[in-house]
Design a protein around this ligand. Sequence first.
Ligand code: GFB
Length: 314
Amino acid sequence: MEKEEANAACKIYVAGHRGMVGSAIVRHLQSEGFNNIVTRTRSELDLTNQAAVQAFFQSEQPNHVYLAAAKVGGIHANNIYRGQFLYENLMIEANIIHAAWQSNVDKLLFLGSSCIYPKMAPQPLTEESLLTGPLEPTNEPYAIAKIAGIKLCETYRDQYGANFISAMPTNLYGPGDNYDLETSHVLPALIRKIHTAKVNGTPSVPLWGTGSPKREFLHVDDLAEACVHLMHNYDGNQWVNVGTGVDLSIKELAEMICAIVGYDGALDWDTSKPDGTPRKLMNVSKINALGWKAKIQLRNGIEQVYAKVKDTFQ
Ligand code: GFB
């Protein structure tokens, strides 16, 4: 069969297709000629309901599954909705991974997060540092759920021979991000806050923490490309880090966004808010050796995102 025909014949379920990650995966798959994509909205299929998920897999019988459905949020949401982050993520992963095995899915890719690694693990973070020390407390429930997902893929491979793999992305940004200041990640929050300060002519902008923690940011279109690459080129039992291999401090990020937005006011750090983990730079040698590298430069990526969202803020 020609590659185009094979791509068109492969039935793919993207769980979480309305989220930032799932929608980017759908866009990338379509651009590669994968048009047999199955999706369900939350009202059509409750992924925390085991019976409903099993019935869906039995009737649809997908060949490939991208597990991008998750309850996600920034440092504040992770810290406040601790029970929901643990429960909902455990249920979604367990239901989908188990149903995928029961219905003989050929391959599944599970998406985790760089926060699975210990808070004080040596930098850059290698895949081997998993479970070598305590987690960052602000996102421990989310990280434990994600570690459980990795272990489900690993143990279903060990026990049943299921071809289930895991990708661990660093902090993400891009189209479809969440700009709610209470629940968002830092990058969209800073875009919104700095844009609002500029529009209102406010002399300073309130930011959380000290500005000294370092973060790595990957455009979600790069992540989507990496996920499809891994789906087609990796069958190993170890999870794979996905990032740029470059980080910067939150203060440097804020300064970059001020330059893009054209805001020259002051940065006002609220140190009563948590800093979170001091650094979580990914070691990306493994995915680089598998033939994938991030392409989108942070500044270009933020400029693209800002051009699209700046007129949508109230
Ligand atoms: O993206 P973020 O919320 O989460 O970034 P994490 C938090 C960092 O940005 C902290 C600072 O150092 C905050 O003090 N910060 C400054 C702000 N101003 C703001 C602001 O207005 N909003 C936000 N949100 N932060 C998340 C985890 O950790 O990373 C998740 O909670 C997940 O589990 C995700 O792994 C990728 O990078 O700290």
